[in-house]
Design a protein around this ligand. Sequence first.
Ligand SMILES: [Zn+2]
Length: 137
Amino acid sequence: MKISPSQSWRLKDTLYVLSLGKCKRCGNVFYPYQPLCSVCGSMDIEKIRSKGTGTLIEYTILYQNRDGFEKQVPITAGLIKLDEGIELVAPLTDVEITELKEGVRVEAVLRKVRSDSSNGIIQYGLKFRVINDAGNN
Ligand SMILES: [Zn+2]
């Protein structure tokens, strides 16, 4: 995905923080934030910021990537259940395969996603890492 500075700015609540939507009418919580509840159709949506912590449900290793990201393989991707109850798929970082198992605690961190784009932009994004009991690096 090529991304321009203006797109990066418009998508900042999705790319750099986990902004969730919470419907004030029915209580539905969802990600990414959007100004419309998919359950009840209400547009009375509160934007809340996820704590960025959750639990790993499952993971997989990808050996192919989309155009422009071919150099970044393999990728370890996890199905994560945030503490707010939302499930999402996100890349994992700073992990050893041996520490990945169902139920391990993870947290979102900002990491470089790409630095070789044709427009010279260094792209950052959210990835998840395992929370070690002894505190993180
Ligand atoms: Zn709703």
